[in-house]
Design a protein around this ligand. Structure first.
Ligand SMILES: Cc1ncc(COP(=O)(O)O)c(C=O)c1O
Length: 391
């Protein structure tokens, strides 16, 4: 199918909620994808921090095929082996958390919001300005960006938003009716905003002091991306509840809300459910993703390659004054520009790069964790050309 036909069908038949780049991707392998016209691109965004193992990882494919041919779906009316095995793996890797499975990031956050209310009996959750937690009404109410919220009011009551990174702001906001503080360990959609070093530790202390739950939304940071399997492990801070989605399924949809047993046990039969949540296919694939991440040391690789890419991007910043700042952790990196990052993304396509712009002026890098140093060098070489062409 030609690109013009694809674009025409999309315009005519699909809700126009996305601003898509003018490229139709038909296949991918590792960190490289091919479009419908046969052009290749290095993937610097990995389906928005999803494909941590890269495209078409052979073990993921094998698990998908084997599990699909055996059992795809049963509902939660029954036990299935992949679901209990995945929960067991996550329990072991997290140091004892129990799981509730769903199908996306926003659903994982919804489950967390309900659990906070059920466990604490309190209605208020303090979240951060500029945060992003999803688009369903509960998660959207937690999201601290007016642009996503405006058209959909009234939202779910009980959410307040404070400056991200400021412990003082949180200290002032947490009160008697507060059930939880909900934060991203790094704000991805706000343009890869990394909090001050001590922030999450101080938040944990504040939550303990005031008997409030700490919920960390790891939908974007989880599964090795920031240099540890879960970002909280890198900060030495244990949340009461955390969420996963995106990279957990390596490209297959799955979400999870994890909580310490004493918190999760407040959920009783019938409190929450999902027809597809925890289906055998998604759970089997997620199990394979965790195996590969662990066996191939992909979290450590993200840390090493992230440091490397940050240095290379900073070098680019010495040559291109349009680069204002390079920041991030592991392979979640933001490059703040003095111009609209969307222009750079479009120009990047012409040079075989799948780049991503977020929050206006930020280029976000979240490549597959299996990307090589040579590919990162090539990305920087091409980006050098792209930035040169902006002048
Ligand atoms: C931190 C965070 N939470 C929640 C979500 C929502 O996830 P999903 O798009 O799978 O619903 C996102 C998506 O970008 C996210 O970055």
């Amino acid at each position: 199918m030609e690109f013009s036909r694809i674009a025409e069908l999309e315009r005519r038949c699909i809700a126009q909620t996305y601003s898509r780049l003018p490229v139709a991707i038909v296949e991918g392998r590792g960190a490289v994808v091919k479009d419908v016209e046969g052009r290749e691109y290095i993937d610097c965004i990995a389906g928005i921090a999803v494909l941590n193992l890269g495209h078409s990882h052979p073990e993921v494919l094998r698990t998908l095929q084997e599990q699909a041919s055996r059992l795809m779906h049963t509902s939660n009316l029954y036990y299935t082996i992949p679901q209990v095995e995945l929960a067991g793996r996550l329990c072991e890797l997290s140091g004892g958390y129990m799981s509730f499975f769903c199908n996306s990031g926003t659903e994982a956050v919804e489950a967390a919001i309900k659990l906070v209310r059920k466990h604490t009996g309190r209605k208020e959750i303090i979240a951060a300005l500029n945060s992003f937690h999803g688009r369903t009404l509960g998660s959207l109410s937690a999201t601290g960006q007016e642009v996503y919220r405006r058209a959909f009011e009234p939202l779910v009551p009980g959410f307040r938003h404070v400056e991200y990174g400021s412990i003082e702001a949180l200290r002032r906001a947490v009160g008697k009716s507060t059930g939880a503080v909900l934060l991203e360990p790094i704000q991805g959609e706000a343009g890869v905003v990394v909090p001050p070093d001590d922030y999450l530790r101080e938040v944990r202390e504040l939550c303990d002091e005031r008997d409030v739950l700490l919920v960390l939304d790891e939908v974007q940071t989880g599964i090795g991306r920031t240099g540890t399997l879960f970002a909280w492990q890198g900060y030495g801070v244990e949340p009461d509840i955390f969420t996963l989605a995106k990279a957990l399924g390596g490209g297959f949809p799955i979400g999870a809300m994890l909580a310490k047993p004493e918190v999760m046990r407040s959920f009783e039969r019938g409190d929450h459910a999902s027809t597809f949540g925890g289906n055998p296919l998604a759970c089997a694939v997620a199990g394979t993703v965790l195996d590969v991440v662990e066996r191939e040391g992909l979290a450590e690789r993200a840390k090493r390659l992230g440091g490397y890419l940050m240095r290379r991007l900073e070098e680019l910043g010495e040559r291109h004054s349009v680069i204002k700042e390079v920041r991030g952790k592991g392979l979640l990196i933001g490059v703040e520009l003095e111009v609209d990052a969307g222009k750079v993304v479009l120009q990047g396509l012409r040079h075989g790069l799948l780049l991503n712009s977020v929050h206006g002026r930020v280029l976000r890098f979240a490549p597959p964790l299996i990307i090589t140093e040579e590919q990162l060098d090539e990305v920087c070489r091409r980006l050098d050309t792209v930035l040169g062409e902006l002048r």
